[in-house]
Write a protein that binds this ligand. Structure first.
Ligand code: TEU
Ligand code: CA
Length: 568
């Protein structure tokens, strides 16, 4: 393929940016109620500007009963009580801009809360003007002739149980792909699209800088609502019938025309079930839908023992095959997002690196390098810049996440996993691992709150916290700062073509990037052993960054990464 130089590849600020995800509930508590809030974020804008990131993606801050920690919205144009007020938000937005930080909001419009006014109306009667804002179906008759009322099909919710909830008032079921307090909106109804687009425009007029779109690949369902393949002997798999549905691209093109294209904003779709071919549509470089999408193949690389749940870690060959596919097959057609962690995933150093005291720092730096030297927009999840790790809970009572708690009960009640197995799986994969309070200092509650934190602080906050890392030039924090600076000053990192190297190695992830005759080479040892590396002995140019000061000729030390740049 002809090397694409940065002039032919359309340049854009969101291609050159580094995004930092904030989960407000866990970031910083300003009023001592144990829950993070908007004013807590405002207190740390200097920290975020020092790190060097360009954009803050803030998980939902809208009014919500918090059945799913804000991903169940009851008023899109008001702020959740625990997080503060709209005035607090307006201050955060203007102060972020003063700190050269853009703000991207989390748009959750596949579903609302069941406490949203639209749903309160919709469930009142079959002829309510808002009835068709949601997906209502008649019960199915039992095959045994009894008068038992059954759900319209066998679909299972992502949060366990049936995806259908019977509503006595009108004797019908409504669809909820997530919790029963998260009824799915009916995007086939133009009034839903009008209402959503109007709300989006209202936020854009406030001056926000973009949207992360929650499960946006699920907004168009298969109209026949067929039974799915039964999983674990429980419920039907909804993925083929709710992801990448018949009208999803039509609706996103409409969203683009009516809202997105009118503002200089960035958009990233969280596209559960997306394939490379679908991503070429969602994130097409023709700009007709979104700028980029999150894919889930690498974080879901290990098949679950029950559902998604396992304590097995992905191998390097499996991880590399997936990431290389996304790097090479989107080239010139669509833009990648790059992430290892977020509020739904375990901590990346625990999942993909090695969080033991001997290797946590070195492997966190290696993982970050492997990701940040790739082509696409990198996302940093709060605390990953410190090398924060999974927490270990001994009791189910310590967990807070609806997905984890429901899964534990469903799989143990049905005898599909023992309590011990489920506790192992939860400690490996639970979303609570990412939602422990941000570790700011080695003081009370890691400096997160003066009150009792809503979720337990990781006991390792004494060693792992922002304060100690800001005093250590060799910390993970300053390593991330250097990676971000490199991206801001080295065009080949942003626009260079990706080419895999050493594709058969079980230990080393290697690739190169080329642009206008510049060649960057990235080498990452994913193991805790020194491994031979002939590539290291070649003339690859100047070393841009490494997580070791001393090197072994012809080898990579445990979790060693080295990046070289050979200028044209
Ligand atoms: O997540 C969508 C999604 O697919 C989740 O099921 C996620 O992949 C899974 O939890 C990983 O194991 C989005 C939000 O990111 C998540 O926080 C919400 O709970 C969910 O949608 C519903 O809004
Ligand atoms: Ca608070």
């Amino acid at each position: 393929m002809m090397p694409v130089n940065k002039d032919t590849e359309k340049k854009a600020w969101w291609k050159e940016a580094v995004i930092y995800q904030i989960y407000p509930r866990s970031f910083a508590d300003s009023n001592g109620d144990g829950i993070g809030d908007l004013n807590g974020i405002r207190r740390h804008l200097d920290y975020l500007e020092k790190l060097g990131v360009d954009v803050l993606w803030i998980s939902p801050v809208y009014k919500s009963p918090n059945d799913d920690n804000g991903y169940d919205i009851s008023d899109y144009q008001d702020i959740m009580t625990e997080f503060g007020t709209m005035e607090d938000f307006d201050c955060l937005l203007s102060e972020a801009h003063e700190h050269h930080l853009k703000i991207v909001m989390d748009l959750v419009v596949n579903h609302t809360s069941d406490e949203h006014a639209w749903f309160v109306e919709s469930r009142k009667s079959k002829d309510n003007p808002h009835r068709d804002f949601y997906i209502w179906k008649d019960p199915k008759k039992a095959e045994d002739g009894s008068d038992a009322l059954l759900p319209p099909n066998n679909w299972g919710s992502c949060f366990s149980g049936s995806a259908w909830q019977f509503d006595k008032a009108t004797g019908m079921y409504y669809l909820h792909c997530f919790s029963k307090k998260q009824p799915d909106l009916n995007w086939d109804n133009p009034k839903v699209r009008d209402s959503v687009f109007g709300m989006m425009d209202w936020w854009c007029k406030k001056g926000i800088d973009g949207f992360r779109m929650d499960v946006i690949s699920m907004i168009s369902k298969d109209p026949s609502f067929p039974d799915g393949k039964v999983m674990d002997g429980l419920y039907g798999d909804i993925t083929p019938y709710v992801c990448n549905g018949p009208h999803v691209h039509e609706y996103l093109k409409e969203m683009n025309t009516r809202v997105l294209s009118r503002y200089d904003i960035m958009t990233v779709g969280e596209t559960a079930g997306v394939t490379v071919d679908e991503a070429k549509k969602y994130a097409s470089s023709d700009g007709s839908e979104l700028n980029m999408v999150f894919q889930f193949e690498h974080v879901g690389a290990v098949p679950g023992k029950v559902g998604k749940w396992t304590d097995e870690k992905p191998s390097l060959p499996v991880l590399r095959k997936i990431l290389n596919k996304w790097q090479t097959e989107l080239e010139g057609k669509a833009w990648n997002s790059l992430y290892f962690g977020n509020h739904d995933q375990p901590r990346s150093v625990s999942r993909f690196g090695n969080d033991s005291p001997a290797f946590r720092v070195i492997s966190a730096k290696m993982l970050a390098t492997c990701l940040h030297m790739m082509k696409g927009t990198p996302y940093i999840f709060e605390g990953d810049e410190l090398g924060m790790t999974n927490i270990h809970f001994d009791s189910l009572e310590d967990f807070r996440d609806i997905e984890s708690i429901n899964a534990y009960h469903e799989y143990t009640d049905k005898g599909l996993a023992t309590p011990e197995e489920m506790m192992r799986y939860l400690n490996e994969l639970s979303r609570d691992n990412a939602r422990t309070p941000m570790q700011w200092t080695d003081g009370k509650n890691a400096g997160f709150s003066d009150g009792t934190p809503w979720s337990r602080v990781n006991p390792n906050y004494k060693e792992i916290n922002a304060e100690v890392e800001l005093a250590d030039p060799d910390s993970v924090f300053f390593y991330y700062q250097k990676l971000i600076r490199l991206r801001h000053t080295t065009p080949v990192i942003v626009y260079g073509i990706f080419r895999p190297l050493l594709e058969d190695s079980n230990e080393i992830y290697a690739y190169e990037r080329t642009l206008d005759g510049d060649t960057l080479t990235c080498l990452c040892n994913f193991t805790d052993k020194e491994v031979a590396c002939d590539l290291c002995s070649k003339d690859l140019g100047n070393e841009l960054i490494s997580n070791y000061k001393e090197h072994v000729p012809g080898a990579l030390q445990a979790y060693e990464t080295r990046v070289f740049l050979k200028k044209n």
